[in-house]
Unconditional design. Structure first.
Length: 250
């Protein structure tokens, strides 16, 4: 990134027309990294995003999208996440959201590396859980917090943000084109009970999409996510939703 690009922020009248990869992360209100794990038939993917406020309106910028080669070793993915975290301004104290579906050991490994981690597990439920479950990790001297999220609700949230013109996605990342392909392969179905369900077409993937959706969910619930990740910021975190209290479960 050039020095000129690093200076693109809310002080520039046309900053929203610039690719989000060139937005100044130091002027963001919050930042988050999310990782969707790949299993035997899938890729792992990582997304990075944040909130930037313009005239009182919060905008989500997805500043990086990366898909790892098939069967990339989990420790390589975690090292990439740690490197991405190190590239962001520490004053923003970004949380790391990790896919914890059948993958608790990697969540434990991330905690052992000192990453500010929150686990998520996408399910077929209609709505997200209102609070995470807590799993002690004695080796890391911490607890792993895992949120059960609705896959359909995650996708709906992405679509809603796109429709409201408040979601800005980089066109220059390694997996920007992959995300387009994944979005175009989504099928929207209405079940016999009247519920909406999203499915990928046969042979298609959704790893980059789900990583980005997890970023948007985290930014929408930034106070909860930061508390679950053990982040105690000196400055108020600005989220996409109404302020929430975390006193009931921390």
């Amino acid at each position: 990134m050039t020095e000129a690009a690093k200076k693109v922020s809310q002080n520039d009248a046309n900053w929203l027309s610039v690719d989000p990869m060139d937005w100044n992360t130091g002027t963001s209100d919050a930042l988050t990294i999310a990782c969707d794990w790949g299993f035997s038939h899938d890729h792992a993917a990582m997304a990075t995003g944040g909130i930037w406020t313009s005239h009182g309106v919060p905008h989500v910028g997805i500043i990086n999208l990366h898909r790892f080669p098939h069967e990339t070793a989990p420790n390589e993915v975690l090292n990439a996440v740690r490197e991405e975290l190190g590239s962001l301004p520490s004053i923003r104290q970004p949380a790391v959201v990790l896919d914890a579906r059948n993958n608790i050991p990697m969540l434990h490994s991330a905690l052992g590396m000192g990453l500010p981690v929150v686990g998520v597990s996408a399910t077929n439920a209609a709505v997200h859980a209102t609070r995470p479950s807590s799993h002690p990790v004695p080796a890391a001297g911490a607890a792993a917090h895992i949120w059960s999220l609705s896959r359909n609700a995650l996708v709906e949230d992405v679509i809603a943000h796109l429709g409201g013109s408040l979601l800005h996605i980089t066109d220059k990342a390694q997996a920007s084109d992959v995300l387009r392909d994944e979005m175009s392969s989504l099928d929207r179905e209405i079940t016999d009970s009247g519920n909406i369900r999203y499915r990928t077409q046969s042979g298609a993937h959704d790893d980059v999409l789900m990583a980005m959706a997890s970023v948007i969910w985290a930014l929408s619930n930034i106070a909860f996510v930061n508390a679950a990740a053990g982040i105690r910021s000196r400055r108020a975190a600005v989220g996409l939703g109404a302020p929430v209290s975390t006193g009931g479960w921390t």
